[in-house]
Design a protein around this ligand. Structure first.
Ligand code: FAD
Ligand code: SF4
Ligand code: SF4
Length: 397
């Protein structure tokens, strides 16, 4: 329920920001009509805090009307004028996982696409399992903006009532999902590493207490159930080319004043390591056992010979051996290369969680009891400083 108290001074500031034209000024007081979706935008804008939204007690609510697993579609800039944006791989990973969840729940899998221009995105989204694409096409969606994007998503959620919604745990997803969750007043499980269905609910698993235990989280008292999932954690399904998704065009009235953060200048700098490590086929990683920055540099040569990218443990990053953007693990990148070579890394659980999905792991450590050997397919108990130069020499030959 939404109410305007007699604190209202009739300033009309709330009228243009309402995305649903739900506010009329009657007798110099804001009055909400039935188009209101309780999105909460006017509450934030009111200078005298005259507007309040009261939500029903969650445990008393009937959630049978909430249906559908939704996936937020994240777009990345390409630099190409004809196709300036493409769908980020994490979206396809979420659709692949979402398909399994939706099938088990016997609900639709829906992609949520916010863009200034559609480039037939529905073809790819359908191929990865989406039944429907809720698409909002609007000039104000030309670039990601927390206020604008969260407002649109909240309104879509209020209109269509999905049971669950998944976001990539990317910079954008980590910004957007909490804003949507707080506006809807629902829970959010961040950085999930596994999802399943339990008693009709979304079972969200994620590392907790510094990665030492896995926590299973259920949200029985709120809808939608919101989760972010890290890139490279969920396996990609085979795309079914030609499988189409139904496009549902949604209207949104977006006022510029919603945009509280204005981008004055854009400078795109590319850290090739950061961009490439998550999609690299070969990663040569080093840890504290590499001892010095100079010795760590040998890994660059080795990775160059293998056509790979250098990764690092957090200890190696903290010691300044490599930039943070190359860190693999819980607080770094999650990777799944075909080959992961590890030198002088102990295998702390926070590191393992970021690389255990690699196809083949080869670990070199001088301690035979190092936990890295528990996940390695091939283990070499030995001195990295002897083995790395030998490998370089052999590869050069
Ligand atoms: P160490 O644990 O010190 O291991 C060095 C290893 O090198 C040892 O096993 C040793 O036997 C071996 N060694 C030494 N000399 C040689 C040699 N000459 N040849 C071969 N082997 C040798 N860590 C991450 O990596 N990524 C993360 O994202 C991350 N996130 C974290 C988040 C949180 C909340 C916390 C609490 C911790 C996190 N950590 C992370 C840190 C993690 O717990 C470990 O401290 C870290 O991974 C250890 O790095 P390391 O294996 O390089 O160093
Ligand atoms: Fe409009 Fe949202 Fe305010 Fe309702 S809560 S009146 S939809 S801005
Ligand atoms: Fe009234 Fe607040 Fe709306 Fe201004 S912004 S008209 S004070 S409810």
């Amino acid at each position: 329920m939404i109410e305007v108290s007699n604190k209202c001074i009739g300033c009309t500031k709330c009228v243009p920001v309402c995305p649903f034209a739900a506010i009329n000024m009657i007798d110099k007081k804001a009055t909400m009509n039935e188009a209101c979706t309780l999105c909460g935008v006017c509450v934030q804008i009111c200078p005298v805090k005259a507007i309040t939204i009261t939500r029903e007690e969650a445990s008393a609510r009937d959630f049978s009307g909430f249906k559908g697993v939704w996936v937020y579609v994240e777009l990345a800039e390409t630099g190409d004028k004809t196709h300036p944006k493409k769908i980020k791989p994490v979206t396809f990973e979420l659709l692949s996982e979402g398909r399994k969840l939706a099938d088990e729940l016997k609900e639709d899998l829906c992609a949520v696409l916010l863009t200034d221009k559609n480039h037939n995105y529905e073809k790819e989204l359908g191929a990865y399992g989406a039944d429907k694409v809720y698409m909002v096409e609007h000039d104000e969606l030309f670039e990601y903006n927390t206020d604008i994007f969260s407002t649109v998503i909240v309104s879509l959620v209020n209109r269509h009532k999905p049971s669950a919604m998944l976001y990539g745990a990317s910079i954008q997803g980590r910004d957007l999902a909490p804003r949507v969750a707080s506006t809807l007043y629902v829970g959010l499980t961040a950085d999930c590493t596994a999802l399943a269905v339990k008693d009709g609910l979304l079972l969200q698993s994620r590392p907790a207490f510094g990665g030492n235990i896995m926590a299973d989280i259920l949200s029985p008292n709120s809808r939608p159930q919101l989760a972010t999932v890290r890139p490279n954690v969920m396996k990609l399904a085979e795309p079914q080319l030609g499988r189409a998704a139904v496009v549902v065009r949604e209207a949104a009235k977006l006022d510029k004043s919603l945009r509280r953060v204005k981008v004055l200048e854009r400078k795109i700098t590319r850290d090739s390591g950061a961009a490439r490590i998550e999609s690299a086929g070969v990663i040569v990683s080093g840890g504290r056992g590499m001892k010095t920055k100079d010795k760590f540099k040998q890994l660059e040569e080795l990775s160059g010979l293998l056509g790979g990218v250098v990764g690092a443990s957090r200890a190696a990053v903290d010691l300044g051996f490599k930039e943070k953007t190359h860190q693999v693990g819980q607080s770094g990148a999650t990777v799944s290369p075909k080959l992961y070579l590890s030198f002088g890394i102990s295998g702390a659980v926070q590191h393992i969680v970021g690389m255990k999905a690699s196809d083949v792991i080869i670990a070199v450590n001088k301690d035979p009891n190092a936990p890295i050997f528990n996940v390695a397919k091939y283990g070499i108990v030995g001195d990295a400083h002897e083995i790395v130069p030998k490998l370089i020499e052999a590869l050069k030959k």
